[in-house]
Design a protein around this ligand. Structure first.
Ligand SMILES: CC(C)(COP(=O)(O)OP(=O)(O)OC[C@H]1O[C@@H](n2cnc3c(N)ncnc32)[C@H](O)[C@@H]1OP(=O)(O)O)[C@@H](O)C(=O)NCCC(=O)NCCS
Length: 253
């Protein structure tokens, strides 16, 4: 068994984290032994000064949890898919002074605002919750993710504004919402539901059948938002992280 078969590089995490980053391949893991896994991790240690690896185990793979934990992987979250049929009718709503518009990516000012909000908004994702990752690195990861979505032709960027000022955003690719966020002063005020009422109205016009998102169970505001819209949850996956050497500034060093 080669390390390539057990570990596949995740190029965007290599870019995000600044160290080689890999995903443990669950089927390959099932076909190997704990000793072989340790040997492959030793090999990665020799090949790379530092590296990061992640493992995602669904309900059919919980028997592999002891094996990844013995290899040094640490539990960080359970992620679920939230999904619901797009409602047939619905009118956008929001408080006084609230507007939602689709951002033209050539609008450098609006895109910079969205990146600023992304940098400060996220607190409950697996990297912010991972004691081996600095918050600075976790914050920057979302800014880089926005950059990746800017290159995705299918992605639509919505800006939620209060009195003309952008305070939050949603990014939608067909029926999927990969990212949304509000500046910290504006979370928990019902604006998540308000911006989604506009997004759902567009999805309805486009005749899209389903709204989906991937949500960490650590992220109660996000989970409750999607549940309150009418989503059900499915496909839980336990996520584990491994850092060969945690970055300076984390609570483990
Ligand atoms: C997730 C997020 C977009 C939700 O938007 P929001 O404006 O805060 O949410 P709302 O105020 O519209 O509330 C939506 C639901 O979540 C619940 N909720 C809000 N804040 C909560 C909190 N801190 N804990 C638990 N539930 C919470 C609300 O009670 C509401 O449910 P209800 O209608 O049953 O009462 C926002 O909190 C945010 O920007 N978080 C940081 C970025 C992020 O994690 N994005 C999601 C991943 S892509």
């Amino acid at each position: 068994m080669t390390s390539e078969a057990l570990f596949r590089e995740v190029p965007w995490e290599t870019r995000n984290l600044g160290i080689p980053s890999f995903e443990l391949q669950v089927e390959a893991l099932r076909a190997t032994t704990s000793a072989a896994l340790s040997a492959q991790m030793d090999l990665l240690c020799r090949q790379h000064e530092r590296f990061f690896a992640q493992a995602r185990l669904n309900q059919e793979s919980t028997d592999l949890i002891p094996r990844v934990q013995r290899a040094g992987f640490v539990f960080v979250e359970v992620i679920v898919t939230t999904a619901m049929p797009v409602p047939k009718a619905g009118t956008p709503f929001g408080p006084e002074g609230w507007t939602v518009d689709v951002v033209d990516r050539a609008d450098a000012v609006a895109m910079a605002e969205i990146r600023r909000i992304a940098r400060e908004s996220f607190v409950d994702d697996r990297f912010h919750r991972d004691p081996c990752c600095t918050h600075d690195l976790a914050d920057k990861r979302f800014v880089l993710w926005i950059g990746d979505l800017e290159k995705n032709e299918k992605a639509v960027f919505y800006a939620g504004r209060l009195n003309g000022q952008i305070v939050g955003f949603v990014i939608r690719a067909a029926g999927h919402v990969p990212l949304m966020g509000f500046e910290r002063a504006c979370v928990g005020k019902g604006l998540g539901k308000a911006i989604m009422s506009s997004v759902l109205a567009d999805m309805q016009r486009e005749d899209l059948p389903m709204l989906t998102a991937e949500v960490s169970l650590n992220n109660l505001p996000s989970l409750n938002l999607f549940l309150s819209l009418g989503c059900r949850i499915r496909n839980p996956r336990a996520t584990f992280h491994y850092w060969s050497d945690p970055p300076a500034g984390t609570s483990l060093v």
